[in-house]
Design a protein around this ligand. Structure first.
Ligand code: ATP
Length: 378
């Protein structure tokens, strides 16, 4: 039996696709790889090329540059393309595309293209795995949204595909069910060691579900990393903004790897030269606020209750506005003076754009050089 390499199980190299009549490629020079059993989320705003990438992997679209390898063989190149039905790819569409006139069992059996009973054991196993064996005689309209999704998954997984492709798989479900299904589906994919690529524009979903995340912007892969690295060390301002909440305050690189801001001096991830003016990314979970402190440096402008947290909007005396996530039980009124501090080990900085340079920003406190992550006022 042919055992494919576990490393680089799916590999795209310099894949470019331009649709007929278009001048701008839908995807451009796309290169990435994932290992056997990994789950990849392709994340990005509408029109960035997520679905096109999925369709190229499935073989529904052809590319004129680059190469796609799957399970140890080249499935497409400019001169060669294995048709979709020969790639052994499982697909779950956004609307599940179940056959309404077939019951649960028959829907799964359909994926084998055969009425033979030789697949009965496999169908029974997969329906048991997704918790639908007892409902095997029901028709799709007799199932809940979550059950329909599990049926679509079972149908795609039953023939043991080389790879599973999911197109916005949770978008039809309400928020509670979506979270539950994310966990259930992830457990099923783990149990079956299914290599998976799914597309989403929902960052929370990508983080909760995937081992790796590829962020696309205008057809280009901007970052390919673990969810944690994408969140904490985004490589561009676009990603910082798109992924999670972020505020940006002005700063200056005062020595290599050290940025000075209104909130103090911080070690920074950057190769920006000394003297450069930058934007410093601040996540709301890094911002601590202390009302009633002796030396305040900001004022609460607004509180938004979000269930498990209160999101405070705080205006620094120097001008910029930051958001601070606090426990839901900590209630402060708008107008409360607070001491704002950053609790971070490193900050991420980006070169300042013209728009930010234009913004007036005059507050420059006296600071002494300290790399403790909190500001030292002298
Ligand atoms: P969404 O989140 O809205 O589904 P997406 O990231 O999946 O967007 P794609 O569907 O991959 O984006 O589209 C990428 C670009 O290619 C878009 O500009 C789109 O208009 C264009 N495009 C997609 N399919 C075609 C087609 N068949 N013909 C011409 N242009 C296309």
């Amino acid at each position: 039996m042919h055992v494919p390499e576990r490393c680089d199980y799916l590999k795209l190299r310099d894949v470019t696709k331009t649709f007929p009549g278009q001048t701008v490629p839908a995807v451009s020079n796309l290169s990435f790889s994932i290992n056997y059993g990994e789950i990849l989320a392709l994340l990005g705003p509408s029109g960035c090329g997520k679905t096109t990438t999925l369709r190229l992997i499935a073989g529904f679209e052809h590319h004129h540059e680059g190469q796609i390898c799957l399970a140890g063989r080249t499935v497409s190149s400019p001169v060669y393309s294995i048709p979709p039905e020969k790639r052994n790819v499982g697909i779950v569409f956004q609307d599940y595309a179940l056959f309404p006139h077939l019951n649960v069992w028959q829907n799964v059996r359909f994926s084998f293209n055969s009425r033979s009973r030789k697949h009965d054991d496999t169908i029974k196993t997969i329906l048991s795995l997704v918790g639908l064996y007892d409902l095997r005689n029901r028709y799709p309209h007799e199932l809940s949204g979550g059950q329909q999704q599990r049926l679509a998954l079972a149908r795609a997984l039953a023939p043991r595909p080389n790879i599973l492709l999911l197109d916005e798989p949770f978008s039809n479900l309400d928020a509670d069910l979506r979270e539950q299904m994310r966990i259930e589906v992830k457990n099923i994919l783990r149990a079956t060691e299914t290599t998976t690529v799914f597309v989403t524009h929902d960052q929370e979903e990508a983080f909760a579900f995937a081992d790796k995340v590829g962020v696309l912007q205008e057809g280009k892969l901007k970052q390919f990393d673990t969810p944690e690295k994408i969140y904490h060390t985004p490589t561009t301002r676009f990603i910082a903004d798109f992924v999670g909440e972020a505020d940006f305050i002005p700063g200056t690189i005062v020595q290599p790897g050290v940025v000075e801001t209104d909130l103090g001096l911080f070690p920074s991830y950057s190769h920006v030269p000394e003297g450069a003016r930058v934007e410093v990314m601040i996540r709301p979970d890094d911002v601590k606020i202390r009302p009633g402190a002796d030396e305040t440096n900001g004022e609460i402008v607004q509180r938004t209750f979000r269930g498990s947290i209160n999101s405070y909007m705080v205006k620094l005396d120097g001008g910029p506005v930051l958001h601070s996530d606090q426990p839901s039980t900590l209630l402060y009124d708008a107008g409360t003076r607070v001491r704002v501090q950053l609790e971070v080990e490193h900050v991420v900085v980006f070169p300042r754009t013209k728009r930010d340079t234009d913004r007036s920003h005059s507050y420059t406190p006296d600071v002494e050089l300290s790399l403790t992550g909190t500001r030292q006022v002298v």
